[in-house]
Structure formats: structure tokens, C-alpha cells
Design a protein around this ligand. Sequence first.
Ligand SMILES: [Zn+2]
Length: 208
Amino acid sequence: MNPAAKRINCDRCLRPLRNCICSLVNIHNNMIELLILQDKTEAVNAKNTAGLLHLCLKNSQLYKLNSDESMATAELDRLLFASGKQPLLLYPPTRDAAALGLEMPLPAPDIRQIGPNGLRLVVIDATWRKSRKMLYKNRPLQTLPRLALENPPDSLYLIRKAGNKNQLSTLEASCYALQQLEQDLVDYSALLDSMQRFVTQQFTFRPV
Ligand SMILES: [Zn+2]
């Protein structure tokens, strides 16, 4: 492939044509809306799974931000609370929150009473270090009620050799969280299969 062709991006997935993932896309009608807050450095990582996740979930938004900067509160509030939905942040408890001067998350609401149409699942797509930074920089994120995964399976994502099997990709963590909240009413197994094909593709077509 000549150098000019390498730079051409796919119109749909916005990736370089040689790394296009459109053939892996299968649409899922998730009941609970997903908001992905993506660190800008992840957006250019060919092995990142959030782009595929966003393309496959009908009811999702992907918002790119710089984890080193605070977002304008009004803009962040608009993303989190649009349409009067209750946001839930998929994030483990931050045990050192008080010592670091962070706000405590609000208690989890009664999810069953709100129902799937009233909820918005918020995930941070970043390295662990950058996700913590994003949290510290943005007070509205600190106070969101949290959701933790209950007994997630081992990761199927093996691109990052340094990672261990307990570290889930954004795509996996989001699917398992949606399954948990939607009580398995939507089947995400085809999406997880797509991720495995994505992993194979990324091993075959390593960026030069
Ligand atoms: Zn494409």
C-alpha cells in the first residue's frame, strides 16, 4: 500500500482503511443508554475497543476529552443528565477519596424503580492512571452514584500483554455492566465475539 493510501480513513469507523472495523459491527439495541467518556489518547490507539463498542450499540454516545484538563461543568452536566436520566458511573470504590479531598459518590438509587429508560451508564475509557485523573479533575464525576461489576468473567482481551485477565477492556466491562443492569434481557454475546475477532485482526494487522 502506498503512503497516501495509508492515510485514507474509513468514513464510518474513522480508522485508517487498512484497520477498518466496519465488517465487525453488529448492532445491538441496548435498553440502557451508554455514555463513553474517552481520553483523547485512547482515540488514536488502534487496539482500543470503545470505538467498536460505540458503533455496535444503538443507544450510545462517545465523547472525547483531555484527561489532563477539567471539563466545563455545564457541558459535563449536560452530557451526564441529558433527558433527565440518572447517570451511574462504572467505577470501583475509591477508598482514598476522603484523604485526597474528593467528593463522596452519592448512594446508588433504586435502579428497579427508575427502570432502563431512566438510566444512563457512564464509562471512562482510559488507562487506570488517566481515569483517576479524569475523576479528580471533574467534580460532577466524583459525586455520581457508582456501579461495580458483580463477578465479571475473565477478560477475553489479550492485546495488552502487561494486562492481567482480571483487567477488562472497555467493551467487555460495558457489556457486563449493561447485562447486570438490564438483567440479561439483551444478549451481548455477538458483540463479545466481535471483540475477539477485533483482537485477532489487530494481531494480524499491527500498525507499522
Ligand atoms: Zn470502517
